[in-house]
Ligand binder design. Structure first.
Ligand SMILES: Nc1ncnc2c1ncn2[C@@H]1O[C@H](COP(=O)(O)OP(=O)(O)OP(=O)(O)O)[C@@H](O)[C@H]1O
Length: 274
């Protein structure tokens, strides 16, 4: 049985709006994947159901055999951590240390254990110099790392990142990529919602595409980004280099600059024009 099982799940908000309709997927321990799709496709609703913030209206989600309907959000979130799209929806303490320490305190860890965990995750995400600061005096991009630290400090099995690259500069992007690699090495499952297709290509193999409340594709990134039907139906963008290769009729399912250059040079050797 897979670590996360999403079984024929639908979700209807209290105002009777259906945000997710009959989706199914299986995700393994230690796997990393990206969820993409246009605004309103149902991505955030789906991941909020994975960490128990929302419970499916129909169908079931099981995390390591636990049906989220049978447990409180607090219980599920000990296994699945969700980093909100907007850090300001998550932060409520007046200093970074207390913000990160809050989760471990609620589960009754000792002060020494809490302190050791807080310093270690703060260093990991590069915010150890800001532990005494008010989070709201820090830039948005740094506040996002504060919220990532709040999830990592709980040592959860599954880390869900909602739009982690939004508002990040190149240094922040590199930091997030390194973090994903680190989590994978620790056999954590990493699920990322993103509109940043270059980030997807550089960090993930498996991609789930959502459109109109449903999962319309769940496969390897190369198959996704070179499937015209999926691109059209979901309104996602191909990575820039793939778009260029497409416009130049290269027909080689290119996803990276390296692949593009290799294709151009190998064709030159053979005497072709591209
Ligand atoms: N609390 C709510 N009550 C009613 N409708 C909601 C609520 N939250 C979200 N929705 C609606 O559900 C649909 C799916 O929203 P969701 O946030 O899951 O989409 P998304 O794919 O994550 O979009 P985005 O990329 O903009 O974050 C949207 O039409 C949204 O307006």
């Amino acid at each position: 049985m897979s670590f996360i099982q999403i079984k024929d799940v639908s979700f209807v908000y209290p105002n009777e709006f259906t945000a997710v309709h009959k989706i199914s997927a299986s995700i393994e321990k230690g796997e990393k994947l990206a969820i993409v799709g246009q605004n309103g496709a149902g991505k955030t609703t789906t991941v909020k159901m994975m960490n128990g913030l929302l419970k499916p209206t129909k169908g079931d989600i099981e995390i390591d055999g636990l049906n989220t309907k049978d447990y409180t959000t607090a219980q599920i979130s000990r296994h699945v951590g969700y980093v909100f799209q907007n850090p300001d929806d998550q932060i409520f303490h007046s200093d970074v240390y207390s913000e990160i320490a809050y989760g471990p305190k609620t589960i009754g860890l000792s002060d020494d254990e809490i302190s050791s965990r807080v310093y270690s995750v703060a260093e990991l995400v590069g915010i150890d110099g800001f532990l005494d600061e008010n989070p709201y005096n820090l830039p948005f991009s740094t506040r996002k790392f504060v919220t990532i630290a709040c999830v990592l400090v709980m040592d959860v099995d599954v880390v869900i990142l909602d739009e982690p690259t939004a508002g990040q500069d190149h240094v922040g992007m590199v930091q997030i990529s390194k973090l994903i690699d680190y989590l994978q090495k620790k056999n954590k499952t990493v699920i990322t919602i993103t509109h940043d297709m270059e980030f997807v290509v550089n960090n993930f193999e498996r991609v789930i595409v959502m459109a109109n409340k449903q999962i319309i594709a769940d496969k390897n990134k190369r198959e996704i980004f070179w499937d015209n039907n999926v691109i059209e139906e979901s309104n996602i963008k191909q990575p820039y280099i793939s778009e260029l290769a497409n416009d130049m009729n290269m027909g080689n399912r290119i996803l990276s600059i390296d692949e593009f250059v290799e294709h151009v040079f190998s064709n030159k050797k053979e005497g072709a024009t591209v």
